[in-house]
Each structure stands twice: as structure tokens, then as C-alpha cells.
Design a protein. Structure first.
Length: 127
């Protein structure tokens, strides 16, 4: 399984990597939505999931979700927002744009595993 972690905070990228690597994911990273979009479109690698922060420079997480959903080859990629944005309207907006799940920081590490299982991305575990 392959995961793309998109966050401008190197600490948060490291935290997310440390949570999902033991779950069987190979992880690669991007500092913002534009870098992530460039990785996807130029590299041709499609992750099983992208964990996306909302507040980033250059291209924020919502812009990334909207942009990536314009590419037919990425329509099946699972997108999970992992952000400090907790307003209900933001959650609704992200889900309407194409996110599958939404996690609000700070979060217990078990929540990531629960959401991945729920999304069917941990096939050897019961969701």
C-alpha cells in the first residue's frame, strides 16, 4: 500500500509517517498541494490514500482535492483531510469536494488506523 502525506509541517509529516508505516504503508511526502499534484501528475504513481492538511502555502488542501478530482486517473484515490479546521462548514466543504474522511488535529493515533480500516485500506483488519 502507498500513502502520500501532504502537510507543510515536517513534524506532522513525520507523525503521520510513524502512524501509518507500521500499518503496511510505504509513505512519500509533499509540503503543499501543488508539490503533491506535481508528484502525482509527473511521477505517474497513484497512492492508495493521501492524507491532506488544509492550511498550506502555495496550494491548500481543499484546492488540492478539487484539483486532483479533475484528473480521471486519480478519481479512485482515497483522500483524507487531517487538519485543525474544525468548523462544520469546512468539513462539509471538504467532503463535497471529494474527501472521503476528515480528521481534526490533534487526534489519537488510533483514529487514523480506525479510519483506514473503515475505508477498507487495512484488509487484514476488521473495520
Amino acid at each position: 500500500m502507498l500513502a502520500l502525506v501532504i502537510d507543510d509541517s515536517s513534524t506532522m509529516r513525520r507523525v503521520l509517517r510513524s502512524i501509518i508505516t507500521p500499518l503496511g504503508f510505504n509513505v512519500y511526502e509533499a509540503e503543499n498541494g501543488q508539490d503533491a499534484l506535481d508528484l502525482l501528475t509527473e511521477g505517474g504513481t497513484m497512492p492508495d490514500i493521501a492524507l491532506v492538511d488544509w492550511n498550506m502555502p502555495v496550494m491548500n488542501g481543499l484546492e488540492f482535492i478539487r484539483a486532483v478530482r479533475q484528473y480521471p486517473q486519480f478519481r479512485n484515490m482515497t483522500l483524507m483531510m487531517v487538519t485543525t479546521e474544525s468548523e462544520h462548514s469546512k468539513v462539509v466543504c471538504a467532503l463535497a469536494a471529494g474527501a472521503h474522511e476528515y480528521i481534526i488535529k490533534p487526534f489519537p493515533s488510533e483514529l487514523i488506523e480506525e479510519k483506514l480500516a473503515f475505508l477498507g485500506l487495512l484488509p487484514d483488519r476488521v473495520g
